[in-house]
Design a protein around this ligand. Structure first.
Ligand SMILES: [Zn+2]
Ligand SMILES: [Zn+2]
Length: 237
C-alpha cells in the first residue's frame, strides 16, 4: 500500500509525497524538494526487499512547488548517480507542457535521463483513472487526483482539492481513500469537518481513509479523535 515520504502541506518541512513499489519500479505521486531530501538518504533497493529498482516513475497531481519542486533534482540525481531512468507522468496535455518547460527549459535536465508522458499513453497497469478536480484558481483545469490499483486494492488519491465530492464516485467497497485535509478554512483546500461529514459513507463502504497534506497535525488529531480516520503512514521517519 502507499507509504509517504511526508504528509504535510506546503508550509511544512514534510510535503506530501506518496510511493509504492511494483515490478521493480519505484512509483511516486508527486515529488517535492523535501521528498527528494528523504529519498537520497535511502538505498532504493531497501524499498524493494533488496531487489534493484529499475525505474522511477512520478505521477504528478499538479504543479505547485510542494508537489513538483524535487522532480528535476531527482532526475539529475537518478541520471548521474543512480543511472536510473525517470518517467514523469502528466495527468493532462497542459500539465505535460508545463512539466516539460520546468524540467527541460528551466532546469536543463539531460533528455537521456527522463521522459514526460501523458497518463493515458503509458503502459501503467496500476494507473486506472485520472480524476480532474478543483484546487487553486490560478491552476484551474490543471489539478488532478488519481484512481490506482496497488497490491490488488483500489486506491483513490485526491491530490490537493477543494472539491472532495469529485472523488466520491470512485469510492468502492474496501477501497483505500487518501484525501487531503486541512484544519484552516481556505478556498483551496478541504477542511477536516468536510471529511468527518462523510463518515457514514466510509462506514457503509468499509473504506480505509487516510489524511494527508496536513497543515496542523496536532490540531487535526484532536478533531478526528473517536473517528476511524487515520493519518497517512510515514516511511522511515
Ligand atoms: Zn500542496
Ligand atoms: Zn496545491
Amino acid at each position: 500500500m502507499l507509504k509517504f515520504w511526508g504528509r504535510g502541506s506546503g508550509f511544512t518541512d514534510n510535503h506530501t509525497s506518496a510511493f509504492f513499489v511494483e515490478n521493480n519500479e519505484l512509483i511516486m505521486i508527486d515529488c517535492s524538494i523535501t521528498a527528494f531530501a528523504r529519498i537520497i538518504k535511502n538505498d532504493l533497493s531497501t524499498l524493494n526487499d533488496g531487489e534493484e529498482i529499475k525505474r522511477i516513475i512520478i505521477a504528478v497531481t499538479h504543479t505547485h512547488s510542494d508537489h513538483v519542486s524535487g522532480i528535476p533534482l531527482l532526475i539529475h540525481y537518478a541520471f548521474y548517480l543512480l543511472h536510473l531512468p525517470v518517467t514523469v507522468v502528466a495527468p493532462s496535455k497542459e500539465v505535460l507542457e508545463d512539466l516539460n518547460y520546468f524540467i527541460s527549459h528551466m532546469d536543463g535536465c539531460d533528455p537521456r535521463g527522463y521522459e514526460v508522458v501523458l497518463a493515458g499513453d503509458g503502459d501503467f497497469t496500476w494507473l486506472k483513472e485520472v480524476i480532474p478536480t478543483s484546487h487553486a484558481p490560478e491552476l484551474e483545469g490543471r489539478c488532478f487526483g488519481y484512481c490506482l490499483e496497488v497490491e490488488g486494492k483500489r486506491v483513490v488519491y485526491t491530490g490537493d482539492t477543494n472539491r472532495i465530492e469529485d472523488f466520491i464516485p470512485y469510492l468502492t467497497e474496501e477501497c483505500y481513500f487518501f484525501t487531503e485535509c486541512s484544519l484552516h478554512i481556505s478556498p483551496v483546500h478541504t477542511e477536516v469537518h468536510m471529511i468527518l461529514k462523510l463518515q457514514d459513507l466510509f462506514d457503509k463502504l468499509n473504506a480505509h481513509v487516510y489524511l494527508m497534506h496536513l497543515d496542523d497535525e496536532e490540531a487535526i488529531k484532536e478533531r478526528i479523535a473517536g473517528s476511524k480516520l487515520e493519518f497517512a503512514p510515514l516511511y522511515g521517519i
